[in-house]
Structures are given as C-alpha cells and as structure tokens.
Design a protein around this ligand. Sequence first.
Ligand code: APR
Ligand code: PHB
Length: 417
Amino acid sequence: MHTTVGIIGGGPSGLLLARLLHDAGIDSVVLESRDRAYVEQRQRAGILEQATVDALRAAGAGARLDAEGMAHDGIELRFDGRAHRVDFPSLTDGRRVWVYAQTEVVKDLIALQLADGGPLLFGAQVRSVEGVDTDRPAIHYTHEGREQILTCDYVVGCDGFHGVARTAVPERERTTYERTYPYSWLGILAEAPPVYEELVYAHSERGFALASMRSPAVSRLYLQVPNGTDPADWPEDRIWDELDARLALGDTPEWRLRRGPITQKSVLPMRSSVTEPMRYGRLFLAGDAAHIVPPTGAKGLNLAAADVIVLARAFARRAATGSTELLDGYSAACLRRVWRAEHFSYAMTTTLHRDPAQSGFDTRLQLAQLDRIASSPHAAAELAQNYVGLPIEEVTEADGVPEAAEADEVAVRRAEA
Ligand code: APR
Ligand code: PHB
C-alpha cells in the first residue's frame, strides 16, 4: 500500500489531521493500534479552545459539538476561603472555551472518517518507521496477524507519549526536555450535577481540587493525590468528603457537593515534556508524540489540534505550489506555541498544587500570586488569554510563516519598501 501521508495513531491529532488532509484533497492512511471501542472510551480532558472548535467545525465535525458542547465564559478560582471569577470575553476580545469531552471529539472524527475519508485501520500496530531521511519512507506494522508495509511520501507520528514514531529520529538529532511533578490526579466521573455553572479550580491546604463537568447531569472531578496512589484506597465517601473540604469557602464551611454514583475512577500522573525538533526529514511529530503538559491548564488536546492545523496547511501548500517552505517551518512554528503552553501549564500547576515538600513561605507565594490575579486586570488577562488560547495565525505569522493569502501581500509590501 502507498499513500501521500501515513499517519501513526488514531487519537485526536491523527484523526483531525486525516480530516484536514481529506478536505485539502490529500490522501492519507491512519494506523491505530487499539480497537475502536477503546479509543472512543478513553477518558481525557474536555476543554476546547476557540481555534480547536473552529477547526472541528470546518472539518465537518461541529454538529454535535454545537448541540451538546457547553460554551464557558470564565472559570472560578477558590483560595484562602474565597472565590474569584476570571471572565474570559472581557479580558480576551470576546474569546471563550467549550466544554466537550475528548471522547466525543474522537467519536465524531471517527464517524466522519469511516463515512467518507481515507483508510482508518484499527488493530494496526506500528513496529517501526524506516527511511525518513529518504524520499520514500516506510511504516512497518502488524494488522490482522500479518506483517504489512505502508510506503508514504511523508510520515506523521500522532502516536502519543508512548508511541514509536519519535524513536525514528536518530538519538543524536533529538532532545527531550522533561519534568515530573510530585503529585498525581485522582479523576472521577459521577452521575451528579456540576458544582457550579463554570469550572472551579481550588487551592487548598489539603491539596488541589478541580470541579469540571461533562453535561448538566454528569460531573468530572479531580483531586490532587500522592504519586503511586491506588484508586482502590479512595472509596466513594472518602472522595466526596475530600472534595467538600477542598472546595469549601470561608463563609459556607458546611457547604457540600451534590453526590451521585461514581461511574469511573482513575489516577493520572502529571508530567511536562517536549521533544525537539518536531520534524526530521520526512517525519513530523504532532500532539502527545511531541509534547505533554500537566492537565491543569487544559492545553493537551488544544496543542495537538494546533499542531495538525499548522501541518495540514503546510501539506496543502506543498500540494498546491510544490513549495516545502511551510513544512520546513513546521517545527519552529509549533515549538513557540508549545513552550508558551508549557509555561502556562507549569505555572497553573505549581500555583494551585501543594508540593509535599512545600514550606509556609511557598504557600504564601502561591496565595500572593492568586491574590494578584484576583485584584489586577493585567494578571487576570494574562491567565485568561493563555486559557482561551491564541489564534493560530498569531503564532505562525509572528514566526515569519505567513498565511498563503498574505504571502503575496508581504512580498508586495517588501517590494514597495
Ligand atoms: N501503532 C499505532 N498506533 C499507536 C501506536 C503504534 N505503535 N502507539 C500509540 N498508538 C496510538 C494510541 O493507541 C492512541 O490512540 O496513538 C494514539 C495516540 O493518541 P493520544 O495519546 O490521544 O495522542 P494525541 O492524538 O496526540 O492527542 C493528544 O490526548 O493525551 C491526550 O491530553 C492529551 O488531549 C491530548 C490528546
Ligand atoms: C476536564 O473536564 O476533564 C478538565 C477540565 C479542565 C482541566 C483539566 C481537565 O484543566
């Protein structure tokens, strides 16, 4: 089998890339090691930035998102027994976010791809990628018990943090920058109405808590727990009691969440990681294959979407004009956004969590930072702008990679100067 773009991994980045390429008339094949049910049920985050929503709509995957997704215009921070709301539209030129679970994004994209896209193979385990520094790379994979080879013009590794694509870049050519955190999240899904109409991020002496949602009847809640925590040590009552304690406000200390059956419970490690460069020869890395953020800033899915939006444009430019200029600029254009999101995710994480080695001094610094956000529109705007995300053009253009339509204008302006 041969295709123009061989995509390893059918998570959000691989699936969205396949759609964007399909819409640009570029053929691709997606190889996903797991089965469809597994991929559709894997619980992940649920906040979509405007740019991600725009891309999903443009790709034809916006119908259910528009019907069932919940637009949010702010978040609430709780700390020191008080609550402060950060309003997004007034601090960001009218931008907002959507609550729509990654599981649903994945279901929508799979349905579209199977209906009218290129091949999407489940149970296709990629073993290795060869010849990425030649003009005919090959993906070796196993499908239905048989060894197969997919030759491609280009390979995109969308195979997540534990994928194989990254290892096709020679070790001497790649660097991974990493940080682990001394805590994890215990995440639950509960058949209980959300705590509040917006997300609540709580700093507390007992550790961080986050109250999110999946629908008006289903809550998604998280508690900071020590690394190595066994979810079995957290029976339902213990989870609810701890959420009550961490989310309590000073004037309503007896306040309690509405409880309901917990239908899913798991522990997530917290990690930051970036592999540079995101391109080697004819291999491109996108999404979690290239970078991981701790979930506190809700950036993981949005960074993955931004990568493949930039990459699909670059492939479209090459198909239309033969120019590889945007493909050549892909890594630099993405890494700029990635590092900004890494910094934001790190800052949100370390400001809101309680490090087991934390001193009273460290806690006072966290509270001073949260108080600054609550009292300074500048500090609040910094948070809001990072949370809702930058328009993708802002980052790529600043990098000297102008949009196709503007490239001519730039040339004219240069000629006139
Ligand atoms: N062969 C084929 N498929 C593979 C292989 C392999 N060797 N290794 C991994 N995969 C598949 C995984 O089964 C998974 O479905 O690649 C996919 C990678 O998907 P994700 O991990 O969801 O990564 P990505 O699509 O980049 O999405 C990033 O996911 O982890 C969250 O917070 C993150 O929301 C962000 C999003
Ligand atoms: C979620 O709803 O799963 C969620 C929301 C916000 C975050 C992380 C996770 O920061």
